[in-house]
Write a protein that binds this ligand. Structure first.
Ligand code: SF4
Length: 254
């Protein structure tokens, strides 16, 4: 859940110039909630947590989409293959966040993350582990498709980092799963996906992160290698989901 206004004020007291986009969004969210509660009080209506969560969720999704929509941060927006930007999607109140690399062909066409073959595999993995895809938050490190699905360049990742950092800050998940090398290296530079997958790391001294392979990597494997990689990814997801359930026991993934 987002930080409270008091926590934000305590942290930023006297250093207003450091108030970033995500902090502004959280302030706006707090004032939205305060207005909602004031209205309830005025009308002698009891607080409705379900409705409040819906208001929060819609507000955060809208602000994330606006942030992505307004971005002109790098040249990918002018690439011939560019159809549209692909913001993250899912539940902004989710304890579990999944971060991939970049949109591919289908994602660029549909404007949604992880909807191609790799995305379908990801959805199947989640479903088999009892997770409804809509109940987690899924995004990519960069929001525009690189030409020929090449790896994102360092300057593109840097340009887009404000958005992913904002997403992590406002969603404030309990656990993150990174999919593939780009997302892992965004969280912890100089990492190797082969060496470091399956080993917990921490984002900003706060959020536990489980690195695993990108589903497209599984799709490129054959024979015994395919079976091994599938098993490794399964194990990593299971560990991450167990931790997310432990840290947010009341959240329903159904
Ligand atoms: S990839 Fe990111 S930084 Fe580049 S234009 Fe798209 S949204 Fe902006």
């Amino acid at each position: 859940m987002p930080l409270t206004v008091d926590e934000l004020k305590q942290f930023f007291g006297g250093r207003e110039e450091e108030i970033t986009c995500d902090i502004q969004i959280l302030f706006e969210l707090e004032s939205l909630i305060a207005n909602y509660e004031k209205e309830l009080k005025l009308n002698h209506i009891e607080r409705n947590d379900e409705l409040l969560n819906k208001i929060k969720e819609e507000f955060l999704i809208k602000r994330i989409k606006e942030k992505v929509e307004n971005c002109r941060g790098c040249g990918l927006i002018y690439a011939d293959c560019h159809t549209q930007k692909v913001p993250g999607e899912g539940c902004t109140l989710a304890p579990l966040m999944l971060i991939g690399e970049a949109p591919g062909y289908e994602e660029d066409l549909m404007g949604r993350p992880f909807v191609g073959k790799a995305g379908q595999l990801l959805t199947r993995i989640l479903n088999k582990l009892g997770i409804n895809r809509e109940k987690v938050y899924i995004t990519n490190i960069i929001k525009c498709r690189p030409p020929n699905n090449r790896d994102p360049l360092k300057k593109e990742i840097t340009a887009c980092s404000e958005i992913i950092e904002m997403e992590i800050a406002v969603i404030n998940p309990k656990v993150i799963i990174t999919l593939g090398s780009t997302a892992l290296n965004f969280i912890k530079g100089d990492s190797s996906i082969i060496r470091d997958r399956g080993k917990w790391i921490v984002y900003r001294n706060k959020i536990p992160v489980m690195p695993t392979f990108h589903p497209s990597y599984i799709l490129r494997q054959h024979g015994t290698s395919e079976a091994r990689v599938k098993w490794q990814v399964w194990e990593d997801f299971q560990n991450a989901i167990d931790k997310a359930r432990e840290l947010a026991p009341d959240y329903s993934y159904k």
